[in-house]
Design a protein around this ligand. Structure first.
Ligand code: NAD
Length: 356
């Protein structure tokens, strides 16, 4: 199959592309604008495969999308391209509406036009898989309740509202036009190649530099963490075995308060990077509580029993094993994150791009 992955240079998209190239025989078209969050260096090792090609394009540009669809004739779409950072959505919501809502609308229109021109066998095989977040459900205030696929949408931030909008568009294109769609809503991801603005890499890199480790409010907000490679496997399971029109929640049953996460990272760094920056006695001494984010969700927790029951997917990593792997990865891959921190990754060359 030819699988068009949008956002394949991002954190989760690159894990999906690496998984598809390394574990399947499919051909991958990575469509990515390369915003600040896109990094082709996350694809080293798979980007020279004859089954991989890259298209630098904006999902908000319908004409570019139409020409990419015409050239590559994709069998399936995995849509991950998005603006994804909640803090940025609070500072500048416009780009989130543009990319996440208008961009998804354009991609749906390009996909529908392409789908309409397919023969019956090709139509039966076609899928539009929209990758979304558990943040569309808002937050939970009890300690036992979980988000299910039936939980009503109640987004809190401009980011989650824009993702909720895009989910609604996808459902409407399925219901109204018969485009065969799948939606997944996943909890917080972490792992290798995570952009340093996000909590876990930010804490690792600040600690190694002897800088403060900022924690919002009292740090008691609860997130449900999933190792990114488990998410990539789940997405491929849904793409190949999910039932058209269905939504699947994906999560790792790893609920942790933010302060627990930060303390766990400090403990792992004590173990793997005992030589600390000058003046730092313990990494945890760097923890600093800062003013809370407006509209900060209290707790997210996913009920992932549907994907487990119906498609047989379960996570392979616990939070403890996944976090350990992540900390070790950052210690062993300084070149990747140093090039992100000093901006050199923006000078990336597209490199070999094979005609599929
Ligand atoms: P990311 O910010 O790391 O990557 C986004 C990618 O999209 C980047 O490569 C960027 O260049 C590309 N992109 C942005 N705007 C584009 C445009 N207009 N046209 C083409 N490409 C564009 O994001 P991520 O963390 O990998 O998340 C991927 C998807 O998964 C998003 O849709 C996000 O909402 C969803 N999601 C993320 C998480 C998480 O914890 N990170 C959890 C659940 C769901």
């Amino acid at each position: 199959m030819r699988i068009l992955v949008t956002g394949g240079a991002g954190f989760i998209g690159s894990a999906v592309v690496r998984h598809l190239i390394n574990h399947t025989e499919h051909h991958i078209i990575n469509l990515d604008l390369l915003t600040y969050a896109g990094n082709l260096e996350s694809l080293e090792g798979v980007s020279d495969s004859e089954r991989y090609c890259f298209e630098q394009a904006d999902i908000c540009d319908l004409t570019s999308l139409q020409s990419i669809f015409a050239r590559h004739q994709p069998d399936r779409i995995m849509h991950l391209a998005a603006e994804s950072h909640v803090d940025r959505s609070i500072e500048g919501p416009g780009q989130f509406i543009q990319t996440n809502v208008i961009g998804t609308f354009n991609l749906l229109q390009a996909s529908l036009a392409h789908y309409t021109g397919l023969n019956e066998t090709e139509k039966a095989d076609f899928r539009f898989h929209h990758i979304s977040t558990d943040e569309v459900y808002g937050d939970l205030h009890g300690l036992d309740d979980l988000f299910t696929e039936e939980t009503p949408y109640s987004p809190s931030s401009p980011y989650s509202a824009s993702k909720a909008s895009s989910d609604h568009l996808v459902r409407a294109w399925q219901r109204t036009y018969g485009l065969p769609c799948l939606i997944t809503n996943c909890s917080n991801n972490y792992g290798p190649y995570h952009f340093p603005e996000k909590l876990i890499p930010h804490v690792i890199l600040n600690a190694l530099a002897g800088k403060q480790l900022p924690v919002y409010g009292d740090g008691m907000q609860i997130r449900d963490w999933l190792f990114v490679e488990d998410h990539a496997r789940a997405l491929c399971t849904v793409l190949f075995s999910g039932e058209v029109g269905e939504t699947y929640n994906i999560g790792g049953h790893n609920e942790k308060t933010n302060i627990e996460v930060v303390r766990s990272i400090c403990a792992l760094l004590e173990e793997y990077a005992p030589l600390k920056p000058e003046g730092v006695a313990n990494y945890s001494d760097l923890i600093t509580f800062v003013k809370d984010r407006p509209g900060h969700d209290v707790r997210y927790a996913i009920d992932a029993s549907k994907i487990e029951r119906e498609l047989g997917w379960t996570p392979e990593e616990s939070f403890e094993t996944g976090l350990r792997k992540t900390v070790i990865w950052y210690l062993e891959n300084k070149n990747w994150w140093q090039r992100v921190l000093n901006g050199d990754y923006r000078l990336q060359r597209i490199g070999a791009s094979h005609e599929l």
